[in-house]
Design a protein around this ligand. Structure first.
Ligand SMILES: Nc1ncnc2c1ncn2[C@@H]1O[C@H](COP(=O)(O)OP(=O)(O)OP(=O)(O)O)[C@@H](O)[C@H]1O
Ligand SMILES: [Mg+2]
Length: 500
């Protein structure tokens, strides 16, 4: 029902004008050739005057930082830039209701926060109703009035954010708890009796979290800044099998320079990077910084104008693109996998065994008979990775592999990556997911201005950043400077046995 009318009875013009929708995959929504045309397309369809269109465009393009891209063809935009164009084109219609499916999945942390702040203002100041489906709740939960929890199509909870936290705190709800932002997650992990606390005491925002943690830390017997704060202890996930700095390099790039067209600006400028056996290198950077372009160059998909990429002898690289739909050309999930296994030269029995192993690891068993376009965004992501893994690469180049994944699927992905590392595979992953990088990367790097500007183990790398760091680190940096994850804080909390 919408304002008393069944949705089916709502005239198309009214639903187009009043209900704005943004889908999960930005590629699916783009219809025009340039950014300018895309932004104007829906406004033209609503018959808005030139004057109105221009003034709305000026406002929203400024707000989203799209001015420099206005005349650029859409196919040349980065993944995050496309997502911003989609979000902007819907807001230009000034809808009364906004439906968003994982709107920030491909935005860098700064753009994601700015977008959420825009939503908050539209909601508070313009009374816009916003419905968001999200896996990453760090920014969303504190803004929400209501939270609905869906599990296999069943509504498990309809409550306030704090009721959601309490629900997640009950035993048996570990999967739900994986969704919680850092502040309430730490509260549940560390408060003496978290579920007995009055809901108002549950911290939701980083500010509330920081103030609760400061008090709780001293009450637990912690004093001043932690003496363990040497600043370079690796995070929990990475401690195992941290590759030696002298492990053999599998892939190295020297002095890479790349531009898309002759007179276009350089996207990569004398960039150097080495990937060693058994490591997981997470490369971060703003939208449009050149991360996907770097993977194209390393994977041999584009030819850099200068510099050299060297692969160790006999090593193949496997590349997972930012858009998983590029990998699908058959009618069912199982056919996609079988065809790739055949292409990779596997015998029928080997192929059967490998596909069974991958589909169980990635929990794709139930969708093997489905059309690849009919499965969830997260499942598409895992299927595309499965297709790449069937080629048995020695080096893996992954572009945003965690987008669209729920916490359990992320854990499954992390377990697979760890297993591949133990086999000696080197993984270079481009990501905006700082929490995943902090937890699982062995090394992190920042791509800025065409080159790698900072690089190091997760703790010193994130400790030196202000925005590109985990929510836990932002709350705890004065007390426990090298804690990046909830597990790190639990391990270093005063006067506790190791609780995790
Ligand atoms: N095919 C292309 N032709 C021309 N320019 C391009 C092309 N693809 C990307 N660009 C431009 O190159 C720059 C780097 O894009 P790239 O896709 O590598 O960014 P990114 O770091 O992966 O960003 P995101 O985080 O949004 O995915 C951007 O300014 C983009 O507009
Ligand atoms: Mg990209």
């Amino acid at each position: 029902m919408y304002k008393g009318l069944p949705l089916g009875d709502l005239p198309a013009e009214r639903s187009a004008a009043e209900i704005g929708m943004v889908f999960q995959n930005p590629e699916a929504q783009i219809v025009m050739d340039t950014v300018w045309h895309e932004l104007c397309f829906a406004m033209e369809n609503l018959g808005l005057s030139q004057q109105t269109m221009r003034s709305r465009l000026a406002e929203i393009a400024g707000l989203f930082g799209l001015e420099p891209l206005l005349y650029q063809p859409l196919h040349t935009l980065s993944g995050g830039q496309k997502q911003l164009v989609n979000l902007a084109s819907v807001l230009l219609l000034q809808p009364e209701v906004l439906l968003l499916d994982e709107p920030t999945a491909q935005l860098d942390p700064v753009a994601a926060r700015e977008f959420m702040d825009t939503l908050r203002r539209l909601n508070e100041e313009m009374a816009m109703t916003v419905i968001i489906s999200e896996h990453r709740l760090e920014e969303v939960l504190p803004l929400a009035d209501r939270v609905l929890l869906l599990e296999n199509g069943v509504l498990r909870l309809d409550g306030t954010p704090r009721e959601f936290v309490q629900y997640a705190g009950h035993s048996g709800q570990e999967l739900t708890a994986g969704y919680l932002p850092a502040a309430p997650a730490l509260f549940l992990a560390l408060a003496p009796e978290p579920l007995a606390a009055p809901p108002a005491e549950i911290p939701l925002t980083l500010r509330e979290g920081k103030s609760w943690l400061g008090r709780a830390y001293h009450e637990a017997g912690g004093v001043g800044s932690s003496t363990s704060g040497v600043g370079n202890r690796p995070s929990a996930g990475a401690t195992l099998a941290l590759p030696e700095a002298d492990a053999p390099p599998l892939l190295s790039a020297r002095e890479l320079s790349f531009r898309y067209e002759k007179d276009a600006p350089e996207v990569l400028r004398k960039l150097n990077v080495t990937l060693r056996q058994g490591e997981l290198l997470a490369v971060m950077g703003g939208n449009g910084a050149g991360k996907s372009s770097l993977l194209y160059a390393l994977g041999g998909l584009v030819k850099p104008q200068r510099g050299k990429v060297t692969l160790a002898k006999g090593v193949k690289s496997g590349y997972l693109a930012q858009n998983p739909l590029l990998y699908f050309s058959h009618d069912t999930v199982i056919e996609e996998l079988q065809q790739m296994a055949a292409y990779a030269g596997m015998s029928e029995s080997e192929s059967g065994w490998e596909i069974a192993r991958l589909s169980s690891l990635f929990r794709l068993g139930e969708v093997l008979g489905s059309h690849p376009l009919d499965i969830s965004g997260g499942q598409q992501q895992l299927l595309a990775l499965g297709i790449v893994l069937l080629q048995k690469p020695g080096v893996l180049l992954l572009d945003e592999p965690t987008k669209g994944l729920d916490p359990a699927a992320k854990d499954a992905l992390a377990a697979v990556l760890k297993h591949l590392r133990a086999e000696g595979i080197g993984i270079l992953m481009v990501t905006h997911d700082v929490e995943f990088a902090a937890r699982h990367a062995t090394r992190c790097a920042m791509l800025f201005d065409g080159g790698i500007t900072a690089e190091g183990a997760p703790a010193p790398f994130f400790g030196a950043n202000y925005f590109y760091t985990t929510a836990v680190n932002r709350m705890m940096r004065e007390l426990l400077p090298d804690a990046l994850t909830v597990e790190d804080v639990r391990r270093q909390w005063p006067n506790t046995d190791i609780r995790c």
